[in-house]
Write a protein that binds this ligand. Structure first.
Ligand SMILES: Cc1ncc(C[n+]2csc(CCOP(=O)(O)OP(=O)(O)O)c2C)c(N)n1
Ligand SMILES: CC(=O)[C@@H](O)[C@H](O)COP(=O)(O)O
Ligand SMILES: [Mg+2]
Length: 607
């Protein structure tokens, strides 16, 4: 949509229409509500001043970019938001040329902007194009941001960074960066005072300006601008992130500066939908809801794996004051909110800083504590070297509790928790195991608490698949699996974690009875049990919510190769080597052919 010639009144009306459309669709499909509502004027102003057909529009995380999608030809199909084969909830170049880059994991935007700026300079296009970045205050807490600012302040590439400061991450932001951004010195009053003084001092030349600046610093007035200006990046702000006239004027100015500039825009998260306005964490990511009352339409009755994790940790913490833990800005998503409230000196939200979360937990392990580093499977990818270099090399007993392991659904490719077994299994000293239901989760947590080496347990988004009817889980012992059903015949179903429920549901659809093994540990394997299974069953089918590449089936094949066993067939029903798209989990699983009915057919064809 070309906004170039639209008046302010027309643009304000457009913002109203955009909010209405977002509410209409997100109340039906679910999605990221308060972030997108709050960023509306910023995005309209971006499209008024810049051109996403040539200027790289780069949204950090990009969960807040719905207005951008609506302004770039996706207004009508927006009804398919986050549905299978529908519009993605994040920017995706394959969906639109106006989406510059894939995003979903935070704090990549400024590095992308610096890279784009280098390319624009090399191609001699600086007169036509300029990167425009939008990054939230929460996303400013990850180290990668400062790696990028460090270089940008040195190289001075022209770039406009809009810092969308709504004083919220998913939950309340923590840390010095957030405090600095919302410091009193960032108040519009102080900034007006500063501007007037600067204008006055400017009459007396550079020397007077220098003295004034030193005076401001000597008064220990830390303004957000100082941080960026000292790094060599111009700072404008804070500005009202909902005032279109001001925003457009400032973006025009920033565009002409031909150097790196940060515009500190203060916005209200959820702006335009009163029920969600302000500091309401629950309106960040929502399921379908009733617009008039704000009440959610879907309530799941089954206990989620996250809830079980919280309960297990609370139970263990009571008798063990060595247990500590951290989340990287996902306290409610990981279930740590209650632990942080109850044990504020033992559980921390360290902000969006997964690398820091891992390494700081390793130091606590070194000091004799038992850390539970609680991170979504997908976000642990951000702290991978810290798992190797700072945890496993010293064989430190950190527990990596990986929530959202497996297909997560509507968040899609950037958020699927499918690689953790593959990337963790390769690390020496690392032990990997997985519960299949509530009871085994408590047993796995008890084992983890006593285990004196690095380890990782994984569990799904939402509830475990049903395993009702199988024998009760037994105490977790290192490298011990549990044979749940034993029958004559060649077929053995091997389940890992939530895969046990999938194996069980598949087995029930077969005519013949099959043996069912809950692997429980994928590293180290239960070689004693596997040697026994080799004797009894020659066709093994693997069920696990993990990538095939380096996953559970790979581990079993390595075992067979090491044992020089060549007469056992291993068929893995894990995920193929591809990125898994967004959509309702069951619909996505059906597209992958891994629903029990589909797997039963595949197994029958091989029996
Ligand atoms: C590496 C990484 N860790 C955690 C998340 C989960 N996450 C998504 S959005 C968000 C908060 C972002 O806050 P902010 O940047 O202020 O954006 P806002 O929603 O307030 O506009 C978090 C923690 C993520 N996407 N990426
Ligand atoms: C944008 C982002 O990364 C988070 O908001 C994520 O969508 C949360 O996922 P859950 O809904 O599984 O907690
Ligand atoms: Mg924010």
């Amino acid at each position: 949509m070309d906004l170039q010639y639209k008046s302010i009144a027309e643009l304000e009306k457009l913002c109203e229409d955009i909010r209405k459309r977002i509410l209409e669709v997100v109340s039906k499909n679910g999605g990221h509500l308060s972030s997108t509502l709050g960023a509306t004027e910023l995005i309209v102003a971006m499209h008024k001043v810049f051109d996403s057909k040539k200027d790289p529009f780069i949204f950090d995380v990009s969960h807040q970019s719905y207005a951008h999608k609506l302004l770039t030809g996706r207004w009508d199909e927006f009804d398919t938001l986050r549905q299978f084969n529908g519009i993605c909830g994040y920017t995706k170049p394959s969906e639109s040329e106006d989406d510059y880059f894939v995003a979903g994991h935070s704090s990549t935007s400024i590095s992308l902007g610096v890279g784009a700026a280098k390319a624009i300079a090399l191609k001699g296009e600086q007169d036509e194009r300029i990167p425009v970045v939008m990054i939230g205050d929460g996303s400013m807490t990850a180290g990668m941001v400062y790696e990028a600012l460090n270089e940008l302040g040195e190289r001075k590439y022209p770039m406009v960074i809009i810092l969308n400061d709504n004083e919220m991450s998913i939950s309340k932001p923590i840390g010095a960066v957030s405090r600095m951004l919302s410091s009193a010195m960032a108040s519009p009053f102080y900034q007006r005072f500063k501007k007037t003084t600067e204008a006055f001092v400017d009459n007396f030349g550079e020397g007077a300006r220098y003295i004034a600046k030193r005076m401001e610093e000597s008064l220990k007035l830390v303004t957000p601008g100082m941080l960026f200006e000292e790094m060599g990046i111009d700072y404008i702000g804070p500005v009202d992130g909902h005032n279109l006239t001001q925003l457009i004027e400032i973006l025009e100015t920033a565009k002409q500066l031909k150097k790196p500039v940060i515009i500190h825009a203060q916005t209200l998260k959820g702006k335009g939908y009163e029920i969600a306005e302000g500091k309401e964490e629950k309106w960040h990511g929502v399921g379908p809801f009733d617009i008039s009352s704000g009440s959610s339409s879907k309530k799941s009755s089954a206990k989620s794996a996250t809830q079980i994790y919280t309960e297990a940790l609370l139970h263990l913490c009571k008798d063990n004051d060595k247990i500590v833990g951290a989340t990287a800005a996902m306290p409610s998503g990981t279930g740590l909110t209650e632990l942080i409230e109850k044990y504020p000196n033992r559980f921390w939200d360290v902000a969006i800083a997964e690398q820091h979360a891992v390494t700081s937990m390793a130091a606590l392990a070194r000091e004799g504590f038992k850390p539970f580093c609680t991170i979504y499977s997908t976000f642990l990818q951000r702290g991978y070297d810290q798992v190797i270099h700072d945890t496993c090399l010293m064989d430190l007993p950190v527990v990596f509790a990986l929530d959202r392991a497996g297909i997560v659904g509507e968040d899609g490719e950037t958020h699927q928790g499918v690689f953790d077994v593959s990337f963790l299994r390769a690390i020496p000293n690392m032990t990997l195991f997985a519960p299949r239901d509530e009871k085994s989760f408590h047993q796995a947590m008890a084992f983890a608490t006593e285990y004196d080496h690095p380890c990782s347990l994984r569990y799904p988004r939402g509830a475990f698949l049903d395993t009702e009817g199988l024998p009760e889980s037994t105490k977790f012992t290192l490298a011990k699996s549990q044979l749940l059903e034993s029958h004559e015949g060649d077929i053995l179903f091997i389940g890992y974690g939530n895969g046990v429920g999938r194996a069980y549901a598949t087995a029930k659809l077969l005519d013949e009875s099959v043996s069912l093994l809950d692997l429980r540990f994928v590293k180290p394997l239960d070689t004693t049990m596997l040697r026994e299974m080799v004797q009894k069953h020659k066709k093994w089918f693997v069920f696990s919510d993990t990538s095939k590449m380096g996953g559970v089936g790979s581990a079993l094949l390595e075992f067979l190769a090491d044992e020089k066993i060549t007469d056992v067939l291993v068929e893995s029903f894990e995920y193929d080597d591809c990125f898994i798209t967004h959509g309702n989990t069951k619909v996505v699983e059906e597209s992958l052919g891994i629903l029990p009915a589909q797997l039963a057919k595949k197994a029958e064809a091989l029996i």
